[in-house]
Design a protein around this ligand. Sequence first.
Ligand code: F6R
Length: 619
Amino acid sequence: MAKAVLMEGEKLMCGIVGYIGPKGAVPILLEGLKKLEYRGYDSAGIAVIEDQKLKLRKAEGKLKALDDKLGLEKFQGNVGLGHTRWATHGRPSDANAHPHQDCEGKLALVHNGIIENFQDIKRTLEKEGHSFSSETDTEVVVHLVEKFFEGNLSEAVKKATTELEGSYALAVINQENPDQIVAYRQDSPLILGIGEDEFYLASDIPALLPYTRRVIILEDGEMAELNRENFRVIGPGGNLQNKEIEEIDWDLEMAEKKGFPHYMLKEIHEQPDVMRQLLEKPLRGNGIELQEIDAILKEKEKIEKIFIVACGTAYHSGLIGKALLEKATGIPVEVDMASEFRYRSPLVGEDSLVIVVSQSGETADTLAALRHARDKRAKTMGLVNVQGSTIAREVDQLLLIKAGPEIAVASTKAYLNMLAAFNLLALKMGGSDIAGDGIDQLLHFLREIPAQVEKTLHRMEKPVREAARYIKNWDNAFFVGRGLDFSLALEGALKLKEISYIHAEAYAAGELKHGTLALIEEGIPVVALLTQESLLEKMISNIQEIRARGGYVFGITQDRFASRVEAEVDFLLKTPNTPDIFAPLLGTIPLQLLSYFSADFRNCPIDQPRNLAKSVTVE
Ligand code: F6R
């Protein structure tokens, strides 16, 4: 449905910021946009009210273009809005950049989401005399607000929203009332930051962290009025809401680069710590403490089937989750891409447990899949990173993966903690069956994993850089593995494609001779994963087939298999020893670094790869 609408204009994921208080708004808005740039970087814009006059600046391209345009001309107002845009259709341009304005230029509005019926509204408004200066759906909203405005901005916004279909987080200011911001949320995230005599607005938490950790998360249908002295939240029925202020435990440092050249590299290096953070409480006693899933465990006997539903990298973590959970529980597990789940009429019902996995907790397809599962009365569980996100709030049981803010578009630390969370879940739900080892022994090894991730990072940096020096010159690469290693190979290929723009494909190694071997040519890089003992010999045969046809093979294996693998590959990367079920937790490190260094050699914009955004809030 969204696609038909989008053909006409644009559509965004985007980030919104807002400020009202005693300070100059512009630096706060720009700083906030910097933290939200991962949500889209096709254009950026700000509007502030200075001496009862709206001052706007917008620029196509990254935030820097807006900053350059502003130059020394820093507006003085202390109420304002900012926006960073991600367009799926229609060219990014100054005209399509937000904020958008009404006919008289008194109002400025920013929006994140899709107005599905914008063409109908636009036609009506045009007949009524409104004129438009962009191709965006957003512009109809500000004209609707103008149409309904009779002196009370909140009432006008409320009336406008009754005409809108789609998803939207909005914020509006009116130059004639510099003491107010009005914001509204429907199916797109919006958070209020509560400071000392000042208030903030943002699409995501990192934009607020430099100023406050006290936040209010708006629910669908809620409107917020921010004034200089106070704020209020009004519910869908017009009643005043008594909202709880939440304390966010992320700190600002976690959301900064800390001297690393890119967020991605910083986030790769944060993995030992964030994994410790995730495992610490569950593993502090003898068994696994995981109260989050108590309710599910009580009903375990009633669960006939488990579905894991997610997108992209989170989906890849689900493939590993499936292998672990099936082994541990004996319950059949299906893994679905969230964008496919609803449309294939899955046999999901009261006897199903649906586990949705999402870093952002806002991915539109994953959220829609969750709602579908709830409609079918399935039990639902979320493995989610962002506390307070929509998915985190809508699942029956929430297991936070505690990776902290992930800013680079390519997911790394969230993926690793998703894997670790699946391990906890499987061990808790099924105990020792998972690998035939005693549970105490497995827990001992799991406790050691963060330190081993650290060790892997230290020893990989140099050799992986060398491997990347080879791969960077190729337009194509392959990743092969079997079992858990095949799931890992899929993630390795996605990471390489996403940030280095090298075309990479992952194959189950046994499938090669059913077609793919035709693509193997002299020197082509093939990354072969060999971390699973029971599949080692089979993998070695497949590698021989590849090398016989000229493929250049980079092997990734555990120390204890190195002597068996060494002579079979062209370049060997060794991870520390661990039970095979935990091997993906270490094997993922060289894959992340390989994509990072390849992209770096190719001078790619690593944290913000072309055409992508971090949080995919449109279908
Ligand atoms: C790739 C990547 C994406 C996300 C996907 C789902 O590096 O990050 O494939 O995994 O867009 O996002 P979340 O986890 O936020 O639902």
